[in-house]
Design a protein around this ligand. Structure first.
Ligand SMILES: Nc1ncnc2c1ncn2[C@@H]1O[C@H](COP(=O)(O)OP(=O)(O)O)[C@@H](O)[C@H]1O
Ligand SMILES: [Mg+2]
Length: 416
């Protein structure tokens, strides 16, 4: 149903609007109609931001053609001829890039590693050299919260060589045990705060599908679950091409109409009237909150609504309307079904602080971490290593663990 949106004039004709009886130009009429009708706004948005279609169920994405990938078993030489990549197999056929696992042969250890790196992935962005260069620049300053860039190969086709990470339990088993979900969340809060402070970027692409674990990548279930239980893993974010830095957010900068998957964007970051929304550290808080909610409940954001029964323009229109109304994306009953009442209430308080529709009410990642300290019984599992001295050895493991929801005694049975 068409819905009226609120504007700051409170419905009265603002100064400068044409007096009754005077016909407005067609462009103005179209713009006014788009303000009133989320479906028209959705059509315009899909036309103005073609990459948005990648995040919209049932939308025909006008993605650039995928590059021709090197066949399995082929050997590629690095541009500096210091090492070779033995192509193993494709591990990801994502929305923005194809990801291929490779074995590294020869070459010195990469900076930030104590020993030679044996395996890696090559990320071939569909957008070609310009997209690869943008991602290279974003990852050029390493941060333990982000996948580590090992090398950039000019190609053709251009590729980023990245540390190989292990799948998140949600990807591996289709669900997450709550202790892992919460320990991952608190460490992510700290890591994302570091990304904001040290790299000066807002990530805009945090979502469950872009979260992986730093630990040896090819473990059997027993080894993988043993590491989950003991905290010998760390969360690491991939797919950072949507991140916004001073060039986009500073004076005179122009952020894109939609950065990342709009399902995970807070209301104020949604585009309005053909203009980009507002991005801040709290953009990432919101996405972290939704990621935690999915991990704790298995429910998707807005799972109570019929959003996911829609496709294409209808999906975008409904999403715009839900965000505009500030509809809560979460269902508190699901938390009460899964946790004791006092734990469920504290978790809901955390989610409310992360997901407040008004950014003034929403916490930054650092503030949310303080709230977690007060409610989740956080303990340091290891001393904090400053980013500059961090070694990518896969064995460092979580900095902080939470003790409020104890880890299961038998994770193997939980995930069976
Ligand atoms: N560093 C990595 N190590 C291991 N697998 C990866 C890595 N990066 C990506 N992948 C795999 O490729 C998939 C898609 O990667 P992603 O970077 O999110 O691409 P997209 O832009 O298409 O979403 C991931 O879900 C994961 O399975
Ligand atoms: Mg992704």
């Amino acid at each position: 149903m068409p819905r009226r949106t609120c504007d700051s004039s409170g419905g009265r004709a603002a100064a400068g609007t044409p007096a009754a009886g005077i016909r407005r130009p067609a462009r103005d009429r179209r713009r006014a109609a788009a303000q009133l009708d989320p479906r028209i706004a959705a059509e315009r948005l899909l036309a103005d931001a073609p990459t948005l279609a990648r995040h919209v169920p049932g939308a025909a994405a006008a993605a650039p053609a995928a590059p021709a990938l090197p066949p399995d078993g082929s050997l590629l030489m690095s541009a500096d001829r210091r090492r070779a990549y033995l192509v193993h197999r494709q591990v990801g056929a994502g929305r923005e890039a194809a990801i291929v696992a490779v074995a590294l042969q020869g070459g010195d250890p990469f900076p930030g590693y104590e020993e030679e790196v044996g395996t890696a992935v090559m990320r071939f962005p569909f957008g070609g050299a310009a997209v690869a260069e943008r991602e290279r620049r974003l990852l050029a300053r390493p941060h333990p919260g982000l996948v580590r860039l090992l090398a950039a190969e000019p190609g053709p086709p251009p590729a980023l060589v990245l540390e190989q990470l292990a799948p998140h339990p949600l990807a591996r088993f289709g669900r997450v045990d709550p202790a892992t979900a919460l320990s991952g969340f608190v460490n992510l809060l700290e890591l994302v705060q570091g990304v904001h402070d040290e790299l000066g970027v807002i990530l805009c692409s945090i979502e469950p599908g872009n979260l992986m674990l730093r630990m040896p990548p090819d473990l059997e279930d027993a080894g993988y679950l043993g590491r989950l239980a003991s905290g010998a893993w760390e969360p690491a974010l991939i797919d950072v091409g949507a991140a916004l830095g001073p060039a986009e957010l500073g004076e005179g900068g122009q952020p894109p109409l939609v950065a990342g998957d709009p399902l995970y964007l807070p209301p104020e970051a949604m585009p309005r009237f053909g203009k980009p929304g507002r991005y801040s550290r709290k953009t990432d808080t919101y996405a972290l909150g939704l990621t935690l909610y999915e991990h704790l409940t298995g429910d998707r954001p807005y799972g109570r609504t019929d959003l996911f029964a829609r496709a294409g323009v209808d999906y975008v229109a409904e999403l715009l309307a839900l965000k505009e109304k500030g509809t809560s994306p979460i269902n508190g009953l699901l938390l009460h079904e899964r946790f004791e009442a006092d734990v469920a209430e504290d978790l809901l308080d955390l989610l409310r602080a992360a997901l407040a529709p008004d950014p003034a009410q929403r916490r930054t990642p650092g503030e949310l971490l303080d709230q977690c300290r007060a409610t989740l019984r956080l303990v340091e599992r290891r001393p904090l290593v400053p980013t500059a001295r961090y070694l990518y050895d896969g064995d460092l493991g979580l900095h902080i663990q939470q003790r409020r929801v104890p880890p299961s005694q038998d994770l193997a049975a939980d995930y069976a």
